[in-house]
Design a protein around this ligand. Structure first.
Ligand code: MLC
Ligand code: AMP
Length: 507
């Protein structure tokens, strides 16, 4: 039997009594119990008639069961497709249809709304609630606790992760067994994770960060995780004394710094704090060090590539940089127009090659060709430079993208939605600095001639159709959008105009 990911991450822990998950209610789940349950999931997938390579779309609350479902997918050779819990039925419709998922697991509360979509797509629907109850777990409970792992090759898909796109249409990033395994191996090494580590896990598990960076690393190292349903500063402060390491987006760290109980004493025992998914302000790095004596270790990655670079574990962790390429990963800074590599110190688009780089976009060969070169380099769209000591700095974005609290929002998607609203002639969506989320969404609307825009109606429609984190936090109405002589909307001018509208009290 070959299944490189299962063999490396899960199989070594068969029958191991050591804890894997420490839950919020005080219970712990051992590796042995976790793997026995995963085997029950794998058996359930076989009972449902799933074949290797089938997609299992999952829209459920974070829980130990949800993580076990992921392990069951790897063992059964099916492709895990987690979806942001904030997505509305309108958004989910696209993912189910585009992925051609064979099984869709959702929260029982949304089953009625989603059943017609699943039926239309010929997809089996099952439920799993945050407390572990649901039709899927009823089936899983009846399955044996051993399962013959399905053979998979390194190049076979392990996961499909959707990432939004500049056109407004989300793309499924195809991640192979090799992609995930090589990245976990590189990170365990550079961050020195061992079976003694206890990771405080407060991230969602539907994105690369909480799922692969955090979970796969801990599985490979054989350590355990304090597995919290969400980031809640109270709980984090209470559980931190049990942890040795924490991973988070910058918002986690700024929120902790806002709490006077987050002190050098509370964190003295910690081995490492790691940050990523969005730029960590140099000011946050400095404040964190002044308060705790810890230099946050910042790394840089993407859904398509998992992690690419990291500041060093030993050696200077430099604020405002994302460190060096991981072992096996090559990076270069290129001229955005020609693709030619630029001399060190110059700003261009970062390109990345290595075993971490995905296989392409699901059923989008043209998009894949646009972003993944034949020689294997992936064009990240991030503007960067490599300084004289080899540290990579992300200095901006060549893509029109907003990152709010670690979630990506493509303005185009929101603009398409706004343009379709009654009375709206056109719109522009920009990200504006926000002390809590890093950036927050501002929508600027132009009314149709002689019309008044009903903002309350637009907000209600947005609540119905768009995930909460993507919704504009401010809507401004103007007579006209600023344009250059070519007619292109000058988003920089809008960003400047609205800079400063979000204050520290805007959560
Ligand atoms: C929640 N809300 C957000 C938001 N998160 N708004 C903007 N940006 C966000 N990130 C909104 C909700 O819609 C809701 O709005 C209100 O805030 C309260 O919701 P909540 O769920 O109580 O929010 P909170 O718990 O405060 O969540 C904030 C957060 C969370 C920072 C803890 O967003 C989070 O866990 N972010 C992590 C994202 C992450 O894991 N990214 C990794 C991507 S992988 P309303 O209007 O309904 O009140 C990747 C690759 C890599 O990028 O390099 O890692
Ligand atoms: P996603 O598509 O959600 O995987 O987001 C990936 C994007 O997040 C990257 O292309 C970067 O723009 C951004 N990103 C991730 N980590 C960092 C970081 N440490 N600093 C700056 N930007 C980051």
């Amino acid at each position: 039997m070959t299944n490189p990911l299962y063999n490396a991450l899960f199989a070594p822990h068969q029958g191991r009594d050591a804890p894997f998950l420490h839950l919020d209610d005080g219970r712990s789940i051992s590796y042995a119990d976790f793997l026995a349950r995963a085997a029950q999931y794998a058996n359930a997938f076989a009972v449902l008639g799933l074949s290797p390579g089938d997609r299992v779309a999952v829209h459920v609350q974070k829980s130990a069961e949800a993580l076990t479902l992921y392990a069951g997918c790897v063992q059964a050779g099916v492709v895990f497709l987690p979806l942001n819990t904030a997505y509305t039925p309108t958004e989910l419709d696209y993912f189910i249809a585009d992925s051609g998922a064979a099984l869709f697991v959702c929260d029982p509360q949304e089953a009625d709304a989603l059943a017609p979509i699943a039926a239309r797509e010929g997809c089996i629907l099952h439920t799993l609630a945050g407390d572990g109850s649901g039709s899927l777990t009823d089936l899983v409970d009846r399955q044996p606790t051993d399962f013959t792992t399905v053979a998979r090759a390194e190049d076979d898909l392990a996961a499909l992760l959707y990432t939004s796109g500049t056109t407004g249409r989300s793309k499924g990033a195809m991640l192979t067994q090799r992609n995930l395994l090589s990245n976990a191996q590189a990170l365990v090494g550079v961050w020195r994770f061992t079976s003694d580590d206890v990771l405080l896990h407060a991230l969602p598990i539907f994105h690369s960060h909480g799922l692969f960076v955090a979970t796969n690393v801990m599985l490979l190292a054989g350590g355990s995780m304090i597995f919290l349903p969400r980031f809640d500063p109270e709980t984090v402060l209470r559980r931190l004394p049990e942890a040795t390491a924490m991973m988070g987006v910058p918002t986690f760290y700024t929120r902790l710094l806002d709490d006077p109980r987050f002190t050098a004493d509370l964190t003295a025992h910690m081995r490492v704090f790691i940050s990523g998914s969005a730029p960590l302000l140099a000011e946050t790095h400095t404040r964190f060090y002044a308060r705790t004596g810890h230099h946050i270790l910042e790394r840089y990655g993407m859904t398509e590539t998992s992690m690419n670079t990291s500041n060093p574990y030993d050696g200077a962790r430099r604020a405002g940089t994302v460190g060096f390429p991981l072992p096996g990963v090559e990076v270069k800074v290129c001229d955005p127009a020609t693709g030619a590599e630029l001399p060190r110190g110059e700003i261009g688009v970062l390109e990345v090659r290595g075993p971490n780089v995905f296989k392409g976009y699901w059923r989008m060969p043209e998009k894949t060709r646009e972003e993944l070169r034949e020689d294997g380099f992936f064009i990240t769209g991030d503007l960067s430079l490599i300084d004289d000591q080899g540290y990579v700095q992300i200095v901006g974005r060549g893509k029109d993208l907003i990152i709010s609290g670690g979630y990506n929002i493509y303005p185009k998607e929101i603009e398409l939605f706004l343009d379709a609203q009654d009375g709206v002639l056109e719109s522009a969506v920009v990200g504006v600095p926000c002390p809590d989320f890093g950036e927050s969404v501002v929508a600027v609307l132009v009314p149709e001639p002689g019309r008044t825009i009903d903002i309350a109606a637009i907000e209600a429609a947005a609540r119905r159709d768009i995930a909460g984190f993507k919704r504009p936090r401010r809507i401004e109405v103007v007579d006209a959008l600023p344009r250059n002589t070519m007619g292109k909307v000058q988003k920089n001018q809008l960003r400047d105009r609205y800079a400063g509208i979000f204050t520290p009290t805007d959560g």
